[in-house]
Ligand binder design. Sequence first.
Ligand code: FRU
Length: 478
Amino acid sequence: MNRETYLELVKNNKEYIEKVNSDPNRLKFHLMPPTGFMNDPNGLYQKDGVYHIYFQYTPFNPDWGLKTWGHYTTRDMLAFKEEEPFLYPDIREDRGGVFSGSAYIAENKIHFFYTGNVSHEDAEGYDDFLVGREQNTIKVTSSDGFNIDKKQVLMRNEDYPEYMSCHVRDPKIFTKDGVYYIVLGGRTKENRGCILMYKSLDLETFEFFDIITTKEKFGYMWECPDLFEIDGKLILVTCPQGVKTDGYHYENIYQCGYFILDYDFDTKKYSISDFTELDHGCDVYAPQSFVDEKGRRIQYCWVGIPDAEYTNEPTVKYGWNNAMSMPKELSFKDGKLIQTPIEELKTLRVNETIYTINEFEDVNVNDTLYEMRVDFESNEAFNLEIRKNVFLEFKNHLLTLTLNESGSGRSARHLEIDEVKNITVFSDTSCLEVFINDGEEVFTTRVYSETVSKPRFKTKNTGEIHYYPLKGYEYSSL
Ligand code: FRU
């Protein structure tokens, strides 16, 4: 697909757009695809005050399909403008899809790196693992985030180390002491997940630097790496595939989390921590972060997971699927990444009411859109019905999110935790983001309740509730 075919298809799609917008599950303060399918956030940056949020986008089909990069811009993270897709599969090396990638601003230019995917299903011996897939690392530059220079193929499968399978993708730039590193997610021929690091002094030529993996195999493929330093720690966020559920860990089909690295860039000696899950809900994957002009490290996640069993989303019959998390500011405290919804989101609050947990019983609210912060006075068990059929229960050091019929195939997710001091629930029409203990833990999930009931507590615990009905983002479409 190129720009002309895209525009032609959009012109003939008024009915499709209307159908999508008639869905009561359309979100109010989460980004979602204008039509069709959204997955990973890509190429995030802020330049001259404007945030650019690109994403994996299949505009004319609510299923996994030929990927372009969709595009939103915003100045304030509250009013978003839909822009024309930014990258299309229009060269030989990306004809099977413009896959995920990232952006880096240097010398007033935006340098984009992405994976050009090509499948050769008719190749002899095709197995989509060792044979039959090209994953090319491609670069484009742009001075405005809308128009691009010529696509430049930096690396092809034969340029990756010989021990790699066909799966090497999702470039992200990391800088250290004036040197650029590109990290790529990968799967070795021995079926182990890993990260490849390439080094560059000019963002033009890259030489192989190192491979990072765990001592014991941890999954067969690591997707979407994001390497960054925060508060003095080197963090590698990635999405391992092929990790089995282990008690209350790794309950989703694919994982999303991080390792803490202790890496010596001179000797390449490193140690890598255990893996920590970033989210305990049913729907977080492919996070990407960037540093904005205020110096904050902001992360967006895809609210969705590839190959999840709950693919029959109620939104699909309206012609769209998936969403983006709220933007979250990252920090590091007591050995953990902390996720905090960015401050701007407070502007969505319509008003504030403060209740005790007891008083809240008698209150009559009926909003789907709200933020609710609860500070507990002790560590008693509780059961919070967030909305019809959706429960967050804390008992015997276990926090359980249960979705029942409202999960559309999602059942329950768990977190072992000693103490719940506070929770903050962000409720959108069909998405919940629940922050525990000031963002130490998070549960993100899609949710589809036909009727929305007021949040209700069953607990002997006491505490204070700050309740805010929310308004939605402003959107302007193409
Ligand atoms: C992760 C992912 C990436 C890939 C992209 C394709 O969700 O599979 O590895 O680049 O999606 O859309």
